[in-house]
Design a protein around this ligand. Structure first.
Ligand code: TYD
Ligand code: MG
Length: 455
């Protein structure tokens, strides 16, 4: 038999190299390469006889797969992020920074499912059963039939969850604590994590139980992050939030059974996570509307409008190279807006520091925020506050033209609902609502906007 060859695997992104290197070529992280056995003791071997499968015609399946059977938690923000609940037999990965609230939200979901009569097993590899029970008590979930187990060994976990009646859903918290007898590397390495997750997924597919895997996002790269198993699971959700703020966002980044642009919004309290059904009210809550540099953006998250305040501070610089700092938005996009303002509107910012912040620690991904950002920048530079009852949305192109964006009617409807009465939006916007209580100004180009704000 040939000598077993080992591979060098990046613990952050899973890139494989044939020799050890200090910096991973895949993700650019330092000191993340670890030597591992690539087969990890699995994978048949030469003696295995192949098993014949039987392909089935696509048409014969139509009846069974029309609608994936789901189990819902009744926590609507959670179900929404999943695309309408957990799909039976699927594997869901929930990633996030340590301490962000993954175990909390899952315990609440488990309790809700259990109250609906589902059999739920919560396998914790990080905390002892007593600790998990303490948390459950704090969350008001201790009176439910959720079954707890503290295991880290993959084979033991599978033996535990297969005991008795099949669970409807089981939670493995977290994948980084998993270790399998068949693999020779330390817990938390890519090979261990992948082998463990693979075994859980196989069990889920075979039994029809849903498996929820928790993965910590790791910065140091000493343990494998959730990214190395993203491709194996059916849905990937990230739990995000700012430590300084109370709310958390459950964001879908992959979903084989539903849309990927949905978010669920929660607020962390002393009794666990509370649903936030109207996020706009939360993000606009801390608003100090009268100061220059603040513009309200009417955004969309999936099917739902979300209003947030964009804040800009433009101040003369004392440095040779002016500072550009962005929180909650893409810094490349800010550079682009600044360049367009300079090139087409004669707004000189070369001697100014520019700071941009999205209120409440929220993160905007839409290019439709361009118009709100430009308005906030111009307002701050001119020292003139924008009207407090006005919202902004529209995409800015490199030529300075303002381009229409989708969901105009929904954005306007939400703004009106929250007490706004004006909107600045792109000209030629499609589906402008008739009979709306809002007044809107259609902008064709960025110079028009600058003239409107700075007079
Ligand atoms: P946790 O769910 O343990 O995080 P993760 O599993 O993602 O590592 O959440 C830990 C944080 O949540 C901790 O800082 C305390 C806070 N928390 C509350 O504020 N209220 C609560 O009711 C609970 C259970 C936790
Ligand atoms: Mg936890």
């Amino acid at each position: 038999m040939a000598k077993a060859r080992t591979n060098f695997i990046c613990q952050n992104c899973g890139t494989v190299t044939s020799r050890w290197v200090g910096k991973c070529e895949g993700c650019g992280q330092w000191n993340t390469i670890v030597e591992e056995d690539p087969l990890g003791g699995i994978g048949g071997g030469p003696g295995k006889t192949p098993k014949k499968g039987r392909p089935v015609a696509l048409t014969t399946l139509s009846g069974e797969t029309e609608d994936a059977p789901r189990i819902t938690t009744g926590i609507s923000e959670f179900d929404r992020a999943l695309g309408g609940g957990f799909v039976r037999g699927s594997a869901v990965l929930i990633g996030g920074d340590p301490g962000i609230g993954k175990s909390t939200v899952l315990m609440q979901a488990a309790a809700a499912l259990s109250r609906n009569g589902h059999r739920i097993i919560y396998v914790s590899g990080e905390e002892a059963v007593a600790q998990v029970r303490l948390r459950a008590q704090r969350l008001g979930a201790a009176d439910t039939d959720v079954l707890l187990a503290a295991e880290t060994n993959v084979e033991d976990i599978l033996a535990t969850v297969s005991e008795g009646k099949r669970p409807d859903l089981f939670i493995v918290d977290s994948i980084q604590t998993l270790w399998s007898d068949v693999v020779d590397s330390a817990p938390g390495t890519v090979t261990q994590v992948r082998t463990g997750v693979q075994a859980m997924i196989r069990f889920a597919k075979q039994t029809g139980a849903t498996v929820v895997l928790v993965g910590h996002v790791t910065k140091e790269g000493q343990i494998a992050g959730p990214r190395v198993v993203e491709h194996m699971v059916d849905a990937v959700l990230y739990f995000e939030g700012d430590r300084g703020h109370h709310y958390r966002i459950l964001r879908t980044v992959k979903n084989r059974f539903g849309p990927t642009d949905e978010i669920g919004v929660f607020e962390m309290s002393d009794k666990g996570l509370r649903e936030v059904t109207n996020p706009s009210e939360l993000f606009l809550g801390e608003r100090n509307a009268k100061s220059p540099g603040a513009a309200v953006f009417a955004g969309m998250e999936g099917t739902r409008p979300v209003l947030v305040e964009v804040q800009a501070l433009v101040a003369p610089t004392s440095l040779g190279t002016p500072r550009r700092a962005v929180v909650g938005w893409d810094s490349a996009r800010l550079s682009m807006i600044l360049a367009v303002l300079e090139a087409h509107c004669g707004v000189r910012l070369g001697q100014h520091d520019v700071y941009l912040n999205v209120a409440g620690g929220y993160r905007i991904a839409e290019p439709a925020a361009d118009l709100a950002v430009a308005s906030a920048l111009v307002s701050s530079l001119a020292g003139l506050a924008l009207p407090t009852d006005c919202v902004y949305f529209g995409e800015i192109s490199l030529s300075g033209a303002i381009r229409p964006v989708a969901h105009t009617a929904q954005r306007l409807k939400e703004s009106e609902k929250l007490g706004f009465s004006q909107a600045v939006l792109p000209s030629a916007s499609p589906d402008l609502p008739k009979g709306s209580g809002m007044v809107w100004s259609e902008m064709e180009s960025l110079p028009d906007l600058v003239a409107r704000i700075a007079g």
